[in-house]
Design a protein around this ligand. Structure first.
Ligand SMILES: NC(=O)c1ccc[n+]([C@@H]2O[C@H](COP(=O)([O-])OP(=O)(O)OC[C@H]3O[C@@H](n4cnc5c(N)ncnc54)[C@H](OP(=O)(O)O)[C@@H]3O)[C@@H](O)[C@H]2O)c1
Length: 339
């Protein structure tokens, strides 16, 4: 069976990755319709040897579409998602617009594919940092239960879209040429102040709430609860942007209900779905973002007991947030629906 597919935000970081993932996985698409803003309409993009022309994303562009992958802002998902559903499409949305809506399943196929049974046309793809964390923690959750998570993220520039990547490259060039670095995208285009990411670390991803936590940090809490369907997990997040191009890394301290040695954790994780363990300190082997520009798995290393607490482990986790954290997870959801 083949289906007609649309990608909204086809010129963006996630949209471009999604196109690549569809081709790599031989997704059964009889048509791929590329949509973006009016600014991009008429531009062409290569897909499997064919030049596809980008059209403006507007309600009538969804006529005849069966699966619409939304890779644009929450605002666009809110305005055009229901239009796509009204025209018979299943929407898989990468923005945060619908994630916490009770009627919308929030899916990581390795964990809660069953929740897809109740979808009403819109399915949400979780936040990228959340996906990477929950894939890595699922085997531990199943085996010994998770009481508390303390996580710090090290998030790539590409997590903030194509403009953030361009800005980082320009900052590196400016710095190397002795010119001042310009910043207008990070920590968030909507923020009051902007800081250069090159040769820097920014302890703010997205905007702050009144409680001192950022939206990104709260997403990791709320979405983890919804995906595991377990609101008892205590989560303490700190989200940080670092000057790497791809892959989010996470330092995770996890407190479990039952004891688990590092050796047993390593074994459990090695058998986990979508996980690859790289953990050999003798050989200085651990996951690093630079190694995974095109990988879909979540990589785990530095697995060790917490020297300060019983029933707790430390993990170093790396995942490509454009792929498993966005595009690949979205395509996997469509694959589950297709059966
Ligand atoms: N980057 C990541 O790692 C990541 C991971 C998970 C989830 N997400 C989420 O995925 C979404 C896309 O992120 P991104 O990083 O790919 O952003 P991006 O690189 O900035 O791309 C944004 C896309 O939205 C399109 N767009 C803008 N205005 C539009 C309009 N009025 N109508 C239709 N399309 C419009 C842009 O098209 P033009 O080129 O025409 O402006 C572009 O294709 C966001 O909601 C983001 O939070 C991102």
């Amino acid at each position: 069976m083949s289906v007609r597919v649309a990608i909204v935000g086809a010129t963006g970081a996630v949209g471009q990755t999604l196109l690549k993932v569809l081709a790599e996985r031989s997704f059964p698409a009889s048509e791929v319709r590329l949509l973006a803003s009016a600014r991009s309409a008429g531009r062409t993009v290569e897909f499997q040897g064919e030049q596809l022309t980008i059209a403006e994303a507007e309600p009538k562009a969804f006529e005849g579409i069966e699966y619409a992958f939304f890779c644009a802002s929450g605002e666009i998902a809110r305005s055009l998602g229901p239009e796509a559903v009204a025209r018979g499409a299943v929407v898989i949305d990468n923005s945060s617009a619908f994630r916490m809506d009770d009627s919308v399943p929030l899916i990581v196929p390795e964990i809660n594919a069953k929740a897809l049974n109740n979808h009403q046309g819109i399915i949400a793809n979780p936040n990228c940092s959340t996906i990477i964390m929950v894939v890595a923690l699922k085997p531990l959750y199943d085996a010994v239960g998770i009481k508390r998570i303390v996580v710090s993220t090290y998030q790539a520039a590409s997590g903030a879209g194509v403009e953030a990547v361009e800005e980082l490259k320009q900052q590196v060039e400016a710095f190397s040429a002795g010119r001042p670095m310009e910043a207008r995208i990070l920590p968030s285009a909507a923020a009051k102040k902007h800081y250069p990411l090159a040769f820097n670390v920014i302890p703010q991803v997205d905007l702050f709430g009144k409680d001192g936590y950022t939206k990104e940090e709260w997403k990791m809490v709320f979405e983890t609860h919804k995906i595991f369907n377990d609101h008892s997990i205590m989560i303490s997040p700190t989200a940080v942007r670092v000057p790497v191009m791809w892959c989010h890394s996470e330092s995770i301290n996890v407190e479990t209900y039952k004891p688990l040695s590092a050796v047993d954790a390593r074994q459990l994780l090695s058998r986990g779905q979508g996980i690859i363990v790289i953990d050999d300190i003798e050989e200085q082997l651990y996951p690093m973002p630079i190694d995974f520009p095109d990988r879909d798995e979540v990589f785990v290393g530095r697995i060790r007991g917490d020297i300060s607490a019983p029933n707790a482990l430390n993990l170093w986790v790396v995942g490509n947030q454009l792929r498993k954290g966005a595009a690949t997870n979205a395509v996997q959801i469509a694959e589950v629906l297709l059966g």
